[in-house]
Write a protein that binds this ligand. Structure first.
Ligand SMILES: [Zn+2]
Ligand SMILES: [Zn+2]
Length: 449
């Protein structure tokens, strides 16, 4: 079995990995780079011209794993497309939203290659897509494939692929512990011949005194303090996964009397994914199966134009995308307005790319100066800035423990920035001295077995 990393670089970019066994080829994920616009956001699909894949497996609905699938389908219409039923429901919203955004950006930021795909192409690929549920096995490109729950977001899976006695397990993005809606990963306890693991948190040491409960209390206290001082709270947030988990946190805090029950402002895409989560509540395992986002918590819809015009009267909560504060999104519009005023606050609730406007605002902190990008330029930060660790990725120690427990002879490290990949390589090599632990260089073939 051979493995080729089709990501542009060793980073959290456009996830896409090719495996070859005998004459068969299978692709794992086909994402787009979250920070790059235009054709540069695609993975190295040109490698596939001489090595066409027979099928592609999608681990979950985040765009860094799914976003280039329509382009792949256009180039390789015969390749089968497999994902979990939850991811299929999410992919519908995610890819149509992507097409809409690109159609808008074509004129806004002068990208003549946009859209990279149309709504019609999304519909066609979704018709072609096949669903594989957790616990079942399908024969795909001459391999036996089964999915395992990965935590992280609803529908996320790790994929076990086995052909002619050689096996590979791809984790996708993972969270081992329970969140508030999505339960923790249920991964296999046996060793594959090779394991491909995500390393998002490889450069983030765990805090020894950290607890979810303590973090939730600090969050509730922070919101109360800002509201009492007449301010509002902006929580820049990924629309898929994080928005729903934080909504559930607000619900729980209100139920426990730690925050007043009040409506939360949501972006349009966040609302769309809330609907998907509610639809999936009947069919997918989850925590609090009777809780419904759309019904059990009051909310109001907000778009970027509304965010620019809204009276920031204090006492409000904005749970809006984009998580990276990409210019022209609601979170960017609100950050520009709120950062200048002492009474307001921006609360970060998960990973932010350090090179994004959100990352720069977080790094600047109160009293600093942050370049928010777009036509906002440098902004003096007078508002309160806080970070809360409600991550939907596993801690690096949890990942290392899992890999060490099943002890595969080969481990490939992906989905992390270089320092994160290097920490994981050192740690796994220490725990598994006889294993081959490598960081697969993009575009190069790695022999697995
Ligand atoms: Zn993800
Ligand atoms: Zn990811």
């Amino acid at each position: 079995m051979r493995f080729i990393n089709l990501t542009g670089a060793n980073e959290i970019g456009a996830n896409c990995y090719l495996i070859e066994y005998g004459k068969r080829r299978l692709l794992l994920d086909c994402g787009s780079h979250p920070r790059v616009e235009g054709i540069g956001a695609l993975p190295r699909l040109e490698v596939l011209a001489a090595r066409p894949p027979e099928a592609v497996l999608i681990s979950h609905g985040h765009l860094d794993h799914l976003g280039s699938l329509p382009v792949l389908h256009e180039r390789f219409p015969k390749a089968e497309i497999w994902m979990s039923p939850g991811t299929a429901a999410i992919a519908d919203r995610a890819l149509h939203n992507s097409a809409s955004v690109m159609i808008r950006q074509r004129s806004e930021i002068d990208l003549p290659e946009y859209p990279l795909f149309t709504h019609g192409q999304v519909d066609r690929l979704l018709e072609r897509a096949e669903a594989l549920s957790v616990g079942r096995t399908a024969e795909i490109a001459d391999a036996e494939v089964s999915f395992f729950e990965a935590g992280h977001v609803q529908g996320a899976v790790g994929a076990w692929i086995e052909s002619e006695g050689v096996s590979l397990f791809y984790t996708g993005d993972v969270k081992f512990s329970d969140m508030r809606i999505t339960r923790g990963a249920r991964f296999p306890d046996r060793a594959p011949d090779a394991m491909v693991i995500e390393c998002t948190r490889g450069n983030t040491p765990s805090q020894p005194d950290f607890s979810w409960e303590g973090e939730a209390e600090r969050f509730a206290r922070g919101i109360r303090e800002v509201h009492e001082a007449g301010g509002s709270v902006l929580i820049p947030c990924f629309a898929l996964g994080k928005t729903q988990e934080v909504m559930k946190l607000f619900y729980d805090l209100a139920e426990e009397g730690r925050l007043p029950r009040q409506h939360v402002y949501l972006g349009g895409l966040g609302v769309a994914y809330n609907e998907v989560y509610d639809e999936l509540a009947e069919s997918l395992p989850r925590l609090s199966p009777r809780f419904r986002l759309q019904r059990d918590l009051p909310w109001k819809r907000l778009n970027p134009r509304g965010a620019a015009a809204l009276d920031l009267e204090g006492g409000q909560v904005f749970l809006v995308s984009s998580g990276m504060m990409t210019p022209r999104t609601s979170s960017h519009v609100l950050a520009r307005r709120m950062a200048r005023e002492e009474r307001h606050a921006v609360f970060f609730v998960g990973y932010v790319d350090p090179e994004s406007p959100a990352g720069r605002l977080k790094a600047a902190g109160r009293g600093g100066c942050a370049d928010l990008g777009g036509d906002a330029g440098a902004v003096e930060v007078r508002c309160r800035i806080e970070s809360f660790d409600f991550t939907s990725h596993c801690n690096r120690e949890h990942m290392a423990e899992y890999v060490a427990r099943v002890a595969p002879p080969r481990v490939l490290l992906v989905h992390g920035d270089p320092p994160a990949l290097e920490w994981m390589q050192r740690e796994l090599q220490r725990r598994l001295p006889r294993a081959r632990v490598l960081i697969p260089p993009p575009g190069e073939e790695v022999e697995l077995a």
